[in-house]
Design a binder for this molecule. Structure first.
Ligand code: NAP
Ligand code: MG
Length: 493
């Protein structure tokens, strides 16, 4: 890591791309309108960004459609597409610090995380999917006789992607890497709070040799740009990461337009089950990471701890110590472990949960909104214990650094509490008993179960949820399922 002075100096001289990227070039929004992209840690407007609308989405979809239909990308061999995406990987690596700064400035997360986690993660995920694409074989069905039946994987066409602000570069890459590798064209809508890294990414993709029109980025507001993409009659597939309420809207948009495929990665309220035979210190370390990393703005954050009553007091004390050790600070300081919340509106929403938690539960640590420098968009790492099952802090996704602890008597009660939520994204189990671990991992109705760790995630393993956490999977070879359609080609001779 470099010094605060280094990052602050570099931040003050950054050049921000701030227009729509359509057909291989930057263009203003058709309406000429803009919106401010704000640094929540200072309250300053970083730059005025083009505020896309229906017309811009239409132009972007047309550019993507043309690029898809003439085969400039879709009909290149997978090996050639791989080479272009690997050149893109190299360019992101060359500009890694700039990407880290863009996301830190735009959404307030610590520079240590963008430098060490977000940007290396994005590079790795793009590289992994690029390298996979020329190793996926199609199938031939065992028909026998004078027939050959091929089962081919075809790109879908135009993919729309609408992503959130919590990991701006990573969420864009999670969608774009398999979609582009498979030969699709794309229109990407970054979150209004964090559009800057996606715009820079599109420019670098072009420099890497991605043909014009294959990747388009239209910044703007959800109800305008997001809705226009969701309703566009020439978009074949819409992939979304964000809240459950907005995810449901995309199903409606599809139903009311062209029945495009919709894949949703939505909210979570993931439980962390702690049994008395667990390594409690390791469990507490990981639980603190799981809820305080990225200011708790993580869909799979283990925001609920379910702890066996015999070790509850121990565990609550451990969590108090860990929460109080993390102090919100300037995101550009490499020592900072908790930065700003994404914006003041979201900070106010999290603060309302803090107030509601004080009324319904016992405050163990933190519990306040705080000011750092000129901004009050900061929240202390917070722990509540004795949380009743109907309290909003244990029922609703807070998307902030707020842990709700409940206790259980036995496995059945732990499972009942774990499942008492509309969500099913992830769960963790802490135990040294292999039978219990296997049994619970089978019975927990979620997309990922982590045993003796939290938030297990890799390019090799699928990520996504069940219930109202959505459907479809990002990452792994299974991610290509979303971006391809199976085509049967039957030849009789
Ligand atoms: P959000 O409000 O649902 O926004 C996500 C995206 O949808 C943004 O680009 C947003 O645009 C757009 N959008 C908002 N309203 C829309 C509308 N009416 N029509 C079309 N698009 C619309 O979510 P967020 O607050 O940015 O992110 C937090 C949520 O994301 C949490 O619920 C979290 O759990 C979820 N998340 C899930 C995963 C996962 O993999 N399961 C990963 C990360 C985050 P604007 O930016 O203009 O609002
Ligand atoms: Mg911002």
């Amino acid at each position: 890591m470099r010094s605060l002075a280094h990052y602050a100096g570099r931040a003050s001289s950054l050049f921000f791309r701030n227009q729509c990227w359509i057909g291989g070039r930057f263009v203003p929004a058709a309406s000429g309108r803009c919106f401010g992209s704000v640094n929540p840690a200072s309250g300053e407007v970083l730059t005025d960004v083009a505020r896309g609308g229906v017309e811009d989405i239409d132009r972007a979809v047309q550019a993507a459609r043309k690029a898809f239909d003439d085969g400039r990308w879709s009909r290149l061999t997978p090996a050639v597409r791989k080479d272009v995406l690997l050149r893109m990987v190299a360019l992101i690596r060359d500009n890694a610090e700039e990407f880290a700064l863009l996301d830190t400035l735009d959404m307030g997360k610590p520079i240590s995380e963008t430098v060490n986690v977000d940007v290396p993660g994005s590079i790795h995920f793009l590289q992994w999917h690029a390298e996979a694409i020329d190793k996926l074989y199609d199938e031939v069905a065992p028909t026998g006789g004078r027939d050959v039946a091929m089962i081919r994987r075809m790109p879908l066409g135009v993919v729309g992607a609408v992503v959130p602000w919590n990991f701006p570069l990573d969420m864009a890459i999670w969608k774009l890497a398999p979609a582009l590798a498979a030969g699709n064209s794309m229109v990407l809508k970054p979150a209004e709070q964090s559009p800057l890294s996606a715009l820079r990414l599109a420019e670098l993709a072009s420099e890497a040799g991605l043909p014009d029109g294959v990747l388009n980025v239209v910044p703007g507001f959800g109800e305008e740009v997001g809705q226009a993409l969701g309703r566009h009659p020439d978009v074949d597939c819409l992939v979304f990461t964000g809240s459950t309420d907005v995810g449901k809207l995309f199903m409606r948009y599809a139903g009311e337009s062209n029945m495009k495929q919709v894949w949703l990665e939505t909210g979570g309220k993931s439980p962390n089950l702690i049994f008395p035979d667990a390594d409690l210190d390791a469990g507490a370390d990981k639980a603190a990471f799981g809820i305080f990393f990225n200011q708790g703005e993580v869909c799979s954050a283990n925001s609920r701890m379910l702890v066996h009553e015999s070790v509850a007091d121990d565990m609550i004390e451990r969590m108090r110590v860990r929460a109080e050790a993390i102090v919100p600070g300037n995101p550009l300081d490499p020592q900072t472990r908790m930065g700003a919340m994404v914006d003041v509106r979201h900070t106010a929403r999290v603060a309302e949960f803090l107030a509601s938690g004080r009324e319904t539960a016992r405050l163990v640590a933190g519990g306040s909104r705080v000011t750092v420098g000129a901004s009050d968009a900061f929240i202390q790492p917070t722990v509540f214990a004795d949380v009743p099952s109907d309290a909003p802090i244990v029922r609703e996704e807070i998307f902030g650094p707020v842990l709700a602890i409940q206790t259980f008597r036995d496995e059945e009660e732990a499972l009942r509490l774990a499942h008492d939520t509309p969500y099913g994204l992830a769960a963790s189990v802490w135990t040294r008993d292999i039978s219990r671990a296997l049994d619970l991992s089978e019975r927990l109705n979620v997309g990922t179960v982590s045993v003796n760790t939290v938030d297990a995630l890799s390019a090799m393993t699928p990520f996504g949820g069940v219930k109202q956490s959505g459907f479809g999977r990002d990452l792994s070879l299974h991610s290509f399922d979303k971006y391809t359609a199976l085509k049967t080609v039957w030849i009789h001779y």
